[in-house]
Design a protein around this ligand. Sequence first.
Ligand code: AMP
Ligand code: FE
Ligand code: FE
Ligand code: ZN
Length: 285
Amino acid sequence: MRIDLHTHSSVSDGTDSPAALVATAAAAGLDVVALTDHDTTAGWALAEQARPPGLTLMPGMEMSCRYFAAGESPISVHLLAYLFDPLHPAFAAERVRLREERLSRGERIVTALAADGYPIVWAEIVARSEGGVVGRPHVARALVEAGVVDSVDHAFATLLHHASPYYAAKADTDVLDGIRLVRAAGGVPVFAHGLATSRGRVVGDDAIAEMVAAGLLGLEVEHPDHTPDQRAYLRALATGLGLIQTGSSDYHGTNKRTPIGACTTDPAQFEALLAAGTGSAALAD
Ligand code: AMP
Ligand code: FE
Ligand code: FE
Ligand code: ZN
């Protein structure tokens, strides 16, 4: 069994349509794939309609969150959510707020870049997203097409880096509230790439303990941005706290170089995750 529990389609910042993504998953020999677009469930129905026989499709999402540590600025964290009820009103309302926040923040970044002469236009970037959830990868692609940088990676390493003067933060959900919302909607909250220092500051064990007290059920251990030491550390932490351990590629199509299935989840951990979710069902033959 090959199980990849974290992928993005073109309804957020991946490049495969949801239909193409499930085909890519099957072609790569996966038995299970979770669709976890940023802050939206818009891809679920499209992926379901296109699900090839033999592939199990896990409905999911990656929620943009922040951890508020005393005495420092908030730390950006991502929360994976599986098997939740997409119609739970408070959770659905929070997703709408997050998407609006992404639009106003994207516009601030692009307006500041354009004011300094970088030839990119916010309205064109929004139009290119075709109603999807806009993120920095969309801005990065526009910068590549305008010839400002030579790759998406280059854009992230320079103009779009979190330490760049053009970077703007988003008012993401307090992660403790996010965890409670996912649980209220019958879902399974899993802390995504929790020690990936390449993405910026990361939280400590005290924060993870607070997240567990709020209802966190799992840690993403195997992830391309985690070093072997970080994986070993998270594995021990998850075992000690009795948490589910997942592994995933965080596939983004051609926006990143990682292939689908690059990291995978142990079948027993997948079964534990399935057993914990009550808000929606995985789709299988
Ligand atoms: P945002 O959510 O708008 O802050 O943008 C962050 C998103 O960009 C995350 O989903 C990352 O997966 C993605 N990302 C981060 N670094 C890179 C990179 N070097 N190339 C492509 N995508 C990236
Ligand atoms: Fe992303
Ligand atoms: Fe993430
Ligand atoms: Zn992701």
